[in-house]
Design a protein around this ligand. Structure first.
Ligand code: IVH
Length: 681
């Protein structure tokens, strides 16, 4: 099993124990690889846990089958071969899981038998990537991932980019200190990162945990720095060196040294770190956790119960790979079975044709799910899904409904991807560099026209209330509108609107009023409202700052946009392609007769706090990404340059600054720290 992991293929249905064992071991290795090395898991945690439990059950029944390198004996990840290795002085173990109340009760019973009534301390189980920090004489020496529990990967420069990691300890500390915790990404930051990636046309991430893992295990710390990583610290691995006798003391000590702990994170939330006695009270707290978990800004996948007293922990000891004094109570998987009633094909506002599974409505994690995107033909084939099949559904990242797999294949007919648009019957096309299939009829396809108008009117764009898709379709059908610009002629068509089915005077007047209110948007919202591919809200703001007006937008060149921080060549090309389209150009001109975006105040040459100054950033920054830091210079009228000369006003030197720092010193250019720079701002 030390071979390179490969896809195990479908699970053999009714096989002898040896065959089953071989398949399970292979499957677990494969999914470990996808999870830890590729950072692109294919199955849910719950499915992974199921496979692991099947293997454990099989090993319990047939101990002779267990190999020394069985996945049940391994802790965690494979290692990235190109990161340096770090041995953990104290192995990083895993925690025994209880998947339901019954299993938790078995654990509490065993604990009571072994240790009597002991104090238990409960904390969130963070859904991130575990990490160890080693401090010598108060200074951060090495940071590493868990790896296989014995040996991890060195990620010191990357961890230093996380704001909440102290590089120097406060107060009194032992000569050597080993602290462990979890690196993660907050839900909001994850959503924003994905939004940015989507706008840039880059691949988005599956969930915050994989993003954290992928981001921390980068060779280039600048890439880690560009990711919104957070960290929380929950364990002192060498408590005896610090004279600590319990977990509650360890938490207070860590706080004193400058670490963020569960206590700090939960401060303002309905959940708190609690010390309790007995299974009943712990289970009660766990139920509160399950209820309130979504109110936390980060993801947790359960609650960790720890015997508080370290002497008692030592007495209880460690089993094969997990300590007896710890229990992870996991939340039940929010996955439900239902039926795929239909596979529908939808046409989006950009013409992208997407297959969608319409299912028997099913509650998942507090929300009723009725539809889930099947993305493309490849995904349909991968799932092997057909109309009528029983399917398993969850909400990816707790939000987006997703079909995980077919649990019972009932349907007879394979899904056939249409060759023509279901809305306008144009022949569908597939562009060479894209996976999506598109309807090319941008101006005539009713689905695309409706989508474009709905996007234009949406809250974050022109914010015109009362233009739900149904209403837009009615207005289009009655030929009262044809495109976004024609919305502004609706005040001449009040009577026809009033006469529409289910409309009437109030609805018509309200819409006219709403449209009227939208005539002076910010330029950023106007640009966003145009629905240019790859231009989301943030990018629209950057472009607005650059072009300043509608006229400026129409005259913008790809070279000019490419120069804007945060706008790459793909976006620049997408914008100019859109503007050069005769129809779009004409549409914007027509819109500009009705809509007057607010003026954008651009700094004139010589204006701003940093006017006439040039800044060079070098080394790894920890408080800003390089782009942010340079953007802040430009916003203040200064220049950001990549090379140091006599004309450079300031060099901002981060960690591991190299030749530029030397050159600055040689030339006598003023060198400041990142903190000094932040102060200047
Ligand atoms: S204590 C023996 N406390 O869960 C490990 N671990 O599934 C003792 N985890 O490897 C660690 N939240 O990465 C501890 N509050 C918490 C935790 C926590 C998440 C992780 C940890 C561990 C994994 C086991």
């Amino acid at each position: 099993m030390t071979d390179k992991p490969t896809n195990p293929g479908p699970r053999p249905a009714e096989a002898d124990p040896e065959t089953q064992y071989a398949w399970l071991a292979k499957a677990l290795l494969w999914h470990n690889h996808l999870y830890y090395e590729a950072a692109e898991p294919e199955i849910s945690d719950a499915d992974y846990d199921r496979l692991m439990r099947d293997l454990e059950a099989l090993e319990a029944e047939h101990p002779e089958l267990q190999t020394p390198d069985s996945p049940t004996l391994r802790v965690g990840a494979g290692l990235r071969s190109d990161l340096a290795k770090v041995d953990h002085r104290v192995p990083m173990l895993s925690i025994e899981n209880a998947m339901n109340e019954e299993e938790a009760r078995v654990w509490f019973k065993r604990l009571a038998d072994d240790a009597g009534d002991v104090e238990l301390i409960c904390e969130p189980k963070y859904d991130g990537l575990s990490c160890e920090l080693v401090y010598e004489h108060g200074k951060l020496k090495v940071a590493s991932t868990r790896g296989d529990g014995k040996t991890g990967e060195e990620v010191t420069p990357n961890v230093k980019t996380i704001k909440s990691v102290p590089t120097k300890l406060k107060g009194e500390f032992p000569d050597r200190l080993e602290v462990r915790g979890e690196v993660y990404i907050e839900k909001q930051a994850f959503a924003e990162l994905n939004e940015r990636l989507e706008q840039e046309g880059a691949k988005t991430y599956v969930n915050p945990r994989n993003t954290a893992s992928g981001s921390l295990r980068q060779l280039d710390p600048r890439k880690s720095a560009a990711r919104p990583l957070s960290a929380v610290w929950y364990q002192v691995a060498n408590p005896e060196d610090a004279g600590l006798t319990s977990q509650s003391e360890a938490i207070e000590a860590m706080r004193g040294w400058g670490f963020v702990t569960s206590k700090d994170l939960l401060n303002d939330s309905p959940l708190q770190v609690k010390t309790l006695h007995g299974g009943d009270s712990v289970i009660e707290l766990f139920n509160t956790y399950a209820e309130k978990r979504h109110s936390l800004p980060f993801e947790i996948d359960g609650m960790v119960v720890k015997v508080n007293d370290f002497a008692m922990q030592a007495e209880l000891g460690v089993r094969s790979k997990s300590p007896r004094y710890l229990l992870a109570m996991k939340f039940p998987p929010e996955e439900r079975e239902t039926t795929c009633e239909k596979i529908e094909v939808q046409v989006g506002r950009t013409g992208a044709v997407t297959p969608v599974c319409v299912m028997t409505p099913v509650p998942v994690g507090g929300v009723t799910v009725t539809h889930a995107s099947l993305h493309n033909a490849d995904e349909i084939e991968r799932l092997g899904i057909r109309e009528g099949d029983r399917i398993l559904v969850h909400r990816a990242g707790d939000v987006i409904p997703k079909v995980l797999r077919v649990v019972k294949s009932v349907g007879k007919q394979d899904f056939k991807f249409p060759t023509h648009c279901p809305r306008c019957e144009s022949e569908l096309i597939k562009l060479e560099d894209e996976v999506v299939i598109r309807c090319p009829n941008h101006l005539g396809c009713p689905a695309q026209v409706t989508g474009a108008i709905a996007h234009f009117a949406s809250r974050t764009a022109m914010n015109i209330e009362g233009l739900a898709e149904k209403n837009i379709e009615q207005l289009l059908d009655a030929k009262l509108i044809t495109d976004t610009a024609s919305l502004y002629d609706l005040n001449d068509k009040r009577d026809q609107m009033v006469a529409l089915e289910r409309w009437g005077e109030r609805k018509a007047d309200k819409l006219i009023e709403e449209i009227d209110k939208s005539r002076t948007p910010t330029l950023a919202k106007f640009i966003y409202a145009l629905g240019i591919r790859n231009v989301g809200e943030t990018v629209a703001g950057l472009i607005a700052n650059e072009v300043g007006s509608i006229e400026g937008l129409l005259a913008a060149t790809a070279e000019q946009l490419n120069e804007v921080d945060g706008v790459g060549p793909i976006i620049a090309e997408s914008v100019t392609k859109f503007l050069h389209d005769e129809h779009n150009h004409e549409l914007i001109e027509r819109l500009s007769k009705h809509v007057t975006p607010q003026e954008v105040k651009k700094l004139a040459a010589g204006e701003g706090k940093f006017a006439g100054m040039t800044f060079v950033f070098t080394g790894a920054l920890t408080r800003f990404t390089r782009d942010e830091a340079e953007g802040l210079v430009r916003e203040r009228g200064g220049k950001a340059s990549s090379s140091v000369s006599k004309k450079t006003s300031y060099v901002i030197a981060g960690e591991k600054a190299g030749s530029k720092l030397k050159k600055a010193n040689d030339l006598g250019v003023k060198v400041i720290t990142e903190d000094d720079y932040a102060e200047m701002l």
